[in-house]
Write a protein that binds this ligand. Structure first.
Ligand code: HEC
Ligand code: HEC
Length: 634
């Protein structure tokens, strides 16, 4: 009996100190002594001594680290390297990489069990979870969880994994023992971009910070909303309201906050801190022991630094650590956020000053980008990806494209009404963002929907900031498709599909030509085509469209300019009834499968960094590769 009580007490204590065992760019040891910080753009991970406020080491880890987790109080820590499909074990004492574990595609978040034996990794695409045996240094299981899995948290009893889907903000529970999905809390259809979930240390509650994308509005004040969703983990599904959502804008009275990125609870579970990457601020709320009101605002939002993406609270609740990613520094605040105690530089600033300025503008909802503080470019183009939405724009319904390889795939927009990224000055000043803008003086006004003004107005070279925004937007690096066997190696199915694609019978490659699979040209006259898709009643600019690149097409559903084709198969079948979009009606179902397999494999090799159609002012980001295990930090 006494043993059980002691054990319970121990568990309670460990649950207490481990509040916030959820995915993040930054993890704090349970004893509060060290931070492990992933510097996504620099390709390094930093170890920070909290007491001395000093960065002990910055270790190169590879392409795009996204998540960190300590194993107990260290010295071992784990890092997911999204672009390299690896999880690294680092040793904070030797400041070395101990082991690089190959995992499946796009490892994003990571959490460890309190006993330090296992780690669980969320994989963004295609949406799986893998289990790592830390002592054996290998993946023991991988199980499907949903689509676009990013957020991951482990319950205090260690039995259940909670994960979030990026484009739906659905919360999904998996039994850790069996790997089976055991429950789910679906979001509203407008809920979007959930990267994170955090659990209450004592009550059965999960908190998700995410946005809401209202595709029917095209307005600086009505399109994007910051939300915090609450899920009741203990209530049974039948008939009970188990998920609620609070708009964090109205919650702050008139003070708008944008792009909630992550939230953290104080270890006693009495406060929740929510971080907003688009307005560089955060707010604190009291967590009520109440299933209806849930939280209550304490004080006003606090400005924290440039583009904050991670937050952790010390075990005694007295300090808050915020990783301001574009300051390349961790800011230390008092638990009540009234005082800043320190700024700890953690990482080498990434790439070039112009790229960094471009990123700052792209991620920001503040002036000169917006007057209403609601919308940043990144609200719809998260780190260059699509938001998975079809927006009801004034010119017609438009699916948000991803921006990978943009420097080589001009012209811009489905209707090719823009020829340089600098033309987004029109978006910044327009109804959607209502910003002051980045150049001086008036722009040639738009007349109706016919392409013209943006093509005539030459904006490159007129503002250093606008050029920086263009440089950043043009520089999202392309990654190989996860649907290939190895770089350059297609599956037999995709190999057959490739033959069909390049055959005269289908004609696909007449328009989807060249290394970027498009006949688009950066200078007019553009090659626009009517492929029989511009018939929606809201359409004002069709029926001719620019040929989109097919590189990365596996992940940008729904397809075509207005998203009318839910799958690639639909593009080739239901959306092509009259053979206007290549010739497909003669293909047998198995041949359609092959063609789809080929499309999903793009890119199977990296396209050239320079083509005759590449924009003039272009930054090629230096590739960052994982150094061999045993490599020292600096
Ligand atoms: C409300 C969501 C939203 C916001 C905010 C937004 N975009 Fe877009 N973006 C879209 C949609 C939808 C399209 C497709 C529109 C079209 O083609 O007509 C698009 C298209 C683009 C394209 C064209 C890509 C291509 O391959 O043709 C670029 C570049 C782009 N946006 C950059 C930006 C920049 C820079 C900002 C900020 C100044 C921004 N966007 C703000 C939704 C958004
Ligand atoms: C006449 C030129 C032309 C031919 C031939 C052609 N395409 Fe296209 N393709 C386009 C255009 C233009 C669009 C954009 C149409 C739209 O969005 O309404 C497009 C869109 C697509 C898309 C959707 C991309 C996205 O991001 O949503 C896919 C996939 C595609 N084409 C595959 C093919 C295949 C496979 C073939 C051969 C069977 C083919 N295309 C033949 C011009 C062409």
């Amino acid at each position: 009996m006494r043993i059980t009580t002691t054990l319970l007490l121990l568990l309670a204590v460990s649950g207490f100190t481990r509040a916030g065992t959820s995915n993040s760019l930054m993890d704090l040891t349970p004893d509060g002594s060290k931070l492990l910080v992933a510097n996504t753009d620099t390709g390094t991970v930093s170890i920070v001594d909290v007491k001395t406020r000093h960065t002990l080491a910055e270790i190169p880890v590879g392409d795009h680290p996204e998540g960190t987790a300590w194993v107990g109080n260290g010295p071992l820590g784990l890092v997911t390297v999204y672009g390299d499909d690896k999880v690294l074990i680092v040793n904070a004492d030797s400041k070395k990489i101990v082991k690089a574990i190959p995992v499946s595609d796009e490892p994003y978040g990571i959490v460890t069990t309190p006993d330090g034996k296992f780690a669980y990794v969320s994989h963004d695409y295609p949406g799986t979870i893998s289990e790592i045996d830390i002592a054996a240094q290998k993946v023991t299981r991988t199980f499907p969880a949903g689509s676009g899995i990013r957020g991951i948290a482990l319950s205090n009893d260690g039995r259940t994994l909670y994960v979030t889907e990026f484009f739906t903000a659905n919360l999904i529970a998996l039994d850790r023992q069996t790997g089976q999905i055991v429950d789910r809390w679906n979001g509203y259809s407008t809920d979007n971009l959930a990267r994170h979930v955090v659990l209450h240390p004592k009550r059965g509650k999960a908190y998700l910070s995410h946005i809401r994308s209202r595709i029917t509005a095209f307005d600086a004040r009505g399109s994007i909303f910051p939300q915090l969703s609450f899920c009741d983990l203990d209530k049974k599904p039948e008939g009970e309201k188990r998920r609620r959502s609070l708009a964090m804008d109205t919650f702050n009275n008139v003070y708008v906050v944008t792009n909630p990125w992550e939230a953290a609870l104080s270890p006693d579970g009495k406060k929740i801190y929510t971080l907003y990457a688009g307005t560089n601020d955060m707010n604190i709320s009291a967590v009520l022991d109440d299933d209806y009101v849930e939280i209550e605002r304490i004080g006003n939002a606090v400005t924290v630094g440039k583009h904050p993406r991670a937050i952790r609270v010390s075990p005694d609740g007295k300090e808050v650590y915020i990783y301001n990613t574009l300051d390349y520094a961790v800011a230390v605040f008092t638990g009540d956020m009234r005082r800043k105690l320190a700024t700890i530089p953690v990482a080498t600033p990434a790439h070039t000053p112009e790229w960094r300025r471009g990123k700052e503008l792209f991620q920001s909802a503040l002036q000169p980008m917006g007057s209403a503080r609601w919308i940043a470019c990144s609200s719809c183009h998260p780190d260059g990806l699509t938001d998975g939405r079809v927006w009801e724009n004034p010119e017609g319904n438009r699916r948000t494209p991803s921006l990978f390889g943009l420097a080589h795939t001009h012209p811009i927009h489905w209707s090719a009404d823009r020829d340089e990224v600098q033309d987004f000055e029109y978006t910044i000043r327009g109804k959607l963002m209502k910003g002051r803008g980045l150049v001086n003086g008036p722009l040639e006004p738009r007349k109706g929907f016919a392409p013209g003004a943006e093509l005539n107005e030459k904006l490159a070279g007129r503002s250093a900031d606008l050029d920086a925004l263009a440089l950043y937007t043009n520089a999202f690096p392309m990654r190989l498709s996860p649907h290939i066997l190895a770089p350059g190696k297609l599956s037999p199915e995709a190999e057959r599909g490739k033959k069909l694609f390049f055959s005269t019978a289908t004609q696909c490659a007449t328009c989807h030509s060249g290394p970027y699979y498009t006949d688009g040209k950066k200078d007019p006259p553009f090659n626009l085509h009517d492929v029989g898709t511009g018939v929606h009643k809201r359409e004002k600019m069709g029926p001719k469209f620019d040929t989109p690149t097919l590189l990365g097409v596996y992940r940008v559903a729904p397809y075509l300019h207005d998203g009318r084709a839910p799958t690639l198969r639909d593009v080739l079948t239901t959306a092509n009834p009259k053979d206007q979009h290549g010739k497909t009606s003669h293909l047998k179902p198995g041949e359609i499968d092959d063609l789809v397999a080929f499309l999903k494999s793009l890119p199977y090799e990296l396209p050239p960094e320079q083509t005759p159609n590449t924009v003039r002012h272009f930054l090629r980001l230096k590739p960052i590769t994982t150094p061999p295990a045993g490599g020292a930090g600096n």
